[in-house]
Write a protein that binds this ligand. Structure first.
Ligand code: SAM
Length: 334
């Protein structure tokens, strides 16, 4: 097999920032949306998105070389399955994630060196406040963040959530549930299940329309609150991409509140990206870099997750792998 020489590999990796910005520009301008109905030339695309024709042509050519577009002949381009993930509001879309990452995370990562030296999130140095505090004052980005989380639900969490069996459970609370996209999937599978989405008041308020759009009526309710203070009583607690946002002490506080406010026997199911103790590529290690840059949290090994859950006063029942990169951690309120 033809091996790429290490210097060339390194240039390609270092160019990652350009690729990310190129994908962002493409998504923000709405170029993939313009290809929904079939191939178009770069000149037609430039006119449609009101951009410079020569610059648009070069952007599209580069992204085509990465598999985002395909040459459709006579100077026109078509969407590939990869490019379709940047179309807005289609199943499997990652467009909101592209916009969110580049509008709230990209510039924060400029502080990564200082953050690693000081052991602080780069975002906190960049914004002058912890990320979730800063974003609370940016309504447009709150909405974008929730939509990006919903993108990830379809792309990443659904296959993991599909393995969760809530037999015998009447009420489940989605702790830090954003618009409730993950919880809605559980409710869609089980018509007897009722759910409560608990998130910060400004988040549930902003996501109200998206939550209602799941069409689950009164079975899916929302509750503005703070999981560091209290959680409603329920038979089960769903956490999806929550523990990884927080340092051990804070994550323990969330779990301890569940241990305190839950009923004896209440179940805890948490979608986790588990770090394997090897040097193999895994999404957990990439998202751990996101946590390092943005929040005080981290992805954890199975042993670290067990220790965290146990130290919060819950019974640890194990971690199961799923067809997605995410695993499901199971615990019980004693
Ligand atoms: C990484 S997102 C995960 C969202 C959702 N569980 C999912 O998987 O799509 C973390 C969520 O925690 C929420 N959150 C942060 N601090 C919170 C707090 N103190 N109380 C309740 N929710 C909080 C955020 O608003 C955000 O919706």
């Amino acid at each position: 097999m033809h091996e790429i020489p290490p210097p060339v590999q390194m240039v390609q990796m270092l160019a990652g920032f350009q690729v990310a910005q190129g994908l962002y520009a493409c998504a923000k301008l709405g170029i993939p949306d313009q290809l929904r109905d079939g191939p178009r030339t770069s000149a037609e695309l430039a006119t449609a998105v009101q951009a410079d024709p020569a610059s648009t042509a070069r952007l599209v050519r580069t992204l085509a070389s990465l598999g985002v577009f395909a040459d459709a002949g006579e100077g026109s381009y078509a969407l590939t399955p990869l490019g379709r993930t940047l179309v807005s509001d289609v199943p499997g879309s990652m467009r909101d994630l592209a916009l969110m990452w580049m509008e709230t995370h990209y510039s924060a990562f400029g502080h990564l060196v200082e953050g690693i030296r000081r052991g602080r999130p780069a975002a906190e140095l960049h914004y002058g406040a912890p990320f979730f505090e800063w974003i609370a004052g940016e309504p447009e980005q709150v909405n974008r963040f929730t939509r990006a989380m919903a993108n990830l639900t379809e792309g990443l969490k659904s296959a993991a959530a599909a393995t969760i069996d809530l037999e015998g459970v009447a009420t489940v609370v989605d702790v830090g549930g954003a618009d409730g996209a993950v919880l809605a999937q559980l409710l869609q599978r089980d018509e007897t299940l009722e759910g409560i989405v608990l998130d910060l008041p400004h988040v549930v308020q902003d996501a109200e329309a998206a939550t209602k759009a799941f069409g689950l009526g009164p079975r899916l309710r929302t509750l503005g609150g703070d999981f560091f203070q209290a959680v409603p009583a329920a038979d089960a607690y769903l956490l999806s991409m929550i523990l990884h946002d927080w340092d051990d002490e804070s994550a323990r506080r969330i779990l301890a509140n569940i241990a305190r406010d839950g009923r004896p026997g209440s179940r805890v199911v948490s979608l986790e990206l588990v770090i394997a103790p090897d040097d193999q590529p895994h999404m957990a290690k990439m998202i751990d870099l996101t946590m390092l840059g943005m929040l005080t949290g981290r992805e954890r090994t199975a042993e670290e997750l067990e220790a965290l859950v146990t130290s919060a006063g819950l019974r640890f029942d194990g971690i199961t792998a799923t067809p997605s990169p995410m695993s499901v951690l199971h615990a019980t309120v004693k």
